[in-house]
Design a protein around this ligand. Structure first.
Ligand code: AMP
Length: 197
């Protein structure tokens, strides 16, 4: 059985996590961030070590491993009654991040709508991430070279993912606005997407 999902999409630092958490608690869909799943892996485990090597360099984790960890996590939620695919949807944050991932999840994830947080000015992103590093202590936010590598991965591998979806299910939102405005625009796009279903 396929799980239904909304995608929150955008460059690192575009606010996916913040708006994702707000939208999911407002409308009752399950926010799932692959970055959070990866950060929850034991640093001593093989996958934890792999993650730390890639993320530390600002690189994406290879597709096969990513899909394997993601699928295992989703199945775990379903098996332990934490997510009922017949009643609820996911708000996926950080996946798919390559065209190959979009292809690999197609058979199990039915994408209903994509909310894209646009921030064309990368200086805003760098500033935000450096600020977040001080609050959350994420190493990959603290080093400007790693941030640039992540933005490069986004441009060269992730941006093309949007081509995998019909433009009728994509809404672009100005991610440079104040957090509340970004949330309002995303909520409004979500309501419209549900109405057009
Ligand atoms: P994020 O919290 O979304 O910024 O992700 C942090 C890091 O986790 C990324 O820089 C990647 O190394 C890794 N990551 C998260 N999601 C994915 C994904 N879908 N594919 C590959 N790597 C990912």
């Amino acid at each position: 059985m396929k799980v239904s999902a909304f995608l929150i999409f955008g460059a690192p630092g575009s606010g996916k996590g913040t708006v994702g958490a707000k939208l999911s608690s407002a409308v009752g869909i399950k926010h799932l961030s692959t970055g959070d799943i990866f950060r929850g892996l034991s640093p001593a485990s093989e996958s934890g070590k792999l993650f730390s090597n890639y993320a530390g360099a600002g690189k994406l984790v290879p597709d096969e491993v990513t899909i394997q960890i993601f699928s295992r996590y989703v199945n775990g939620l379903i098996d332990t009654n934490k997510f009922d695919p017949e009643k609820s949807s996911f708000l996926l944050d950080g996946i798919p991040r390559t065209v190959a991932q979009a292809e690999l999840i197609k058979s199990v994830v039915d994408v209903k709508h994509v909310f894209v947080l646009d921030i064309p000015d990368y200086s805003i992103i760098v500033e935000r991430l450096l600020k977040r590093a001080k609050i959350e202590g994420r190493k990959d936010d603290a080093d400007e070279n790693v941030i640039r590598a992540r933005l490069n991965e986004y441009e060269t591998k992730t941006a093309a993912v949007l081509g995998a979806y019909d433009s009728s299910i994509i809404t672009r939102i100005n991610g440079a606005q104040d957090h509340d405005e970004v949330f309002l625009d995303t909520l409004s796009a979500y309501v419209k997407a549900k109405q057009n279903k």
